[in-house]
Design a protein around this ligand. Structure first.
Ligand code: EPZ
Length: 419
């Protein structure tokens, strides 16, 4: 893996307008779902990310054709030749388990390796597997491989999720779209990316109701046809750029933001003293000279505060006036950025899932190491307000989810270079 690094000269104010990229966590399941159709699907506003490239590589390996024209990705799933995904490809991207539902719906036999764990701790897939078994899939798990078989077709089922898992909800929706009969998912995840996936599947002819709510009903249809679809904006990238504006005391205009997707994020920034004004086609974000601490941030399933925004908002808390308590309820080790923020002069203490941040007036430059996607984003945000020249190593993690991040920040006036 190529090691790349950002050099950031902190302390500058940002200004201008930025268009938020398409959502990574919407693009990945939709690319998998395109396998259900036979023909050419066209995806607009598709972000250029290494996780998206990894998904296109998996699709090409299976036999699809896929190419990109700027922000548009065209996937032709007409002829597929392979029904297995090798472990090398599965390990490139943890969320590649999202291909299981689509592949088992397309082929009657699928082999893929267990997805790798990731920096956030173990990433279990028990909910995915038990749901697919209820829909008629025989799954043998051995030697780190999943060997899946469907003898007489997928059939609908009533599935109650013990956790509103995003990936499990997506895999079930995809597998159920062309299954025999009706599938009801209770305690389904409600993230906007679930609704976006449902919108794409409905455009392909699927019969889905309740996406975005806790109960989703899918009436299986015989087959789906390809469709065009525009990916929703990435709400986590928007929250990250707002964090960059907040810590540098900047006023920024955002285009292509969906206000309702930031419902639990906007109040946090307002508590910090930021002003957020939703205009017709975007957001005007204004920051105070001195941030106030947001007091308490607990990560929860949507519509609660998103776990993916915890790290970037922690960088905001580091330079806000007062104490902020973070409770990370979704993943067991999602604080890898804390030790690195402390190297930048932050004052943070961790007790299990709780992190207590005591805001300081100013961070100081340092050489820091990112160890996961959102932690990398948090470190870049923090160096923007650290006086002096900082280095952020591990930018390959950031490039999984942020498109041309150093170019976006430079266009707003930041002094940031990639080497
Ligand atoms: C999706 O991951 C996102 N990834 C994650 O974003 C996000 O953090 C997460 O949802 C929560 O919002 C994509 O959409 C590609 P989950 P996913 O299944 O689907 C447990 C990022 O930074 N669980 O909702 O894997 C699991 O361990 C990434 O963009 C089981 O126990 O998340 C976790 O504690 C990181 N068994 C909780 O549920 C299962 O079978 C929520 O996980 C599945 C999940």
């Amino acid at each position: 893996m190529v090691v790349s690094m950002y050099i950031v000269e902190g302390g500058r104010t940002l200004r201008g307008e930025v268009r938020v990229q398409g959502s990574k966590n919407s693009t990945l399941p939709i690319l998998a779902a395109s396998l259900l159709c036979r023909g050419e699907s066209v995806l607009f506003n598709c972000p250029r990310l290494s996780d998206v490239e990894a998904s296109l590589t998996i699709l090409r390996y299976i036999g699809c054709k896929a190419h990109r024209e700027g922000d548009v990705v065209i996937v032709d799933t007409g002829s597929v030749t392979r029904n297995e995904i090798p472990s090398a490809l599965m390990h490139k991207m943890r969320s590649s388990i999202i291909f299981l539902g689509a592949m088992i719906a397309r082929f009657d036999r699928v082999r893929m390796s267990f997805p790798g764990g990731c920096e956030l701790g173990p990433r279990p897939i028990d909910l995915h597997l038990s749901a697919l078994r209820e829909m008629g899939v025989m799954i043998c798990e051995e030697h780190g491989e999943l060997d899946c078989r469907v003898d007489d077709g997928l059939h609908g089922a009533n599935i109650a999720l013990t956790i509103p898992s995003v990936g499990a909800t997506e895999n079930i929706m995809i597998a159920a779209a062309t299954a025999e009969g009706t599938t009801i998912i209770s305690n389904a995840a409600r993230e906007p990316e679930i609704t976006d996936l449902a919108d794409y599947l409905i455009a392909c002819g699927a019969k889905i109701s309740g996406a975005g709510e806790s109960t989703v009903i899918i009436d299986g249809v015989k087959e789906l046809h390809p469709a065009s679809h525009a990916i929703i904006p990435d709400r986590i990238v928007a929250a990250t750029l707002m964090s960059a504006a907040a810590v540098t005391g900047s006023d920024i205009r955002f285009k292509s933001v969906i206000p309702s997707h930031l419902g639990s994020i906007t109040p946090v920034f307002r508590e910090c003293g930021c002003e957020i004004e939703y205009t017709g086609d975007g957001v005007i974000f204004r920051s105070p000279y001195r941030l106030k601490s947001p007091k308490l941030i607990r990560t929860m399933p949507y519509p609660g505060f998103p776990t993916d925004a915890q790290a970037p908002l922690m960088s905001v808390a580091c330079v806000a006036d007062g104490l902020t308590v973070f409770v990370e309820n979704m993943f067991e080790s999602r604080y890898s950025h804390v030790s690195e923020l402390c190297r930048l002069g932050a004052n943070i203490r961790i007790e299990g899932r709780v992190a207590v941040v005591d805001g300081v007036r100013r961070l100081l430059s340092a050489h820091v190491h990112a160890r996961d996607l959102r932690g990398a984003a948090a470190l870049v945000v923090a160096t923007l307000c650290a006086r002096g020249k900082s280095e952020v190593e591990g930018i390959e993690y950031l490039e999984r989810g942020y498109e041309d991040f150093e170019l976006v920040l430079s266009s707003l006036g930041a002094d940031i270079k990639k080497i």
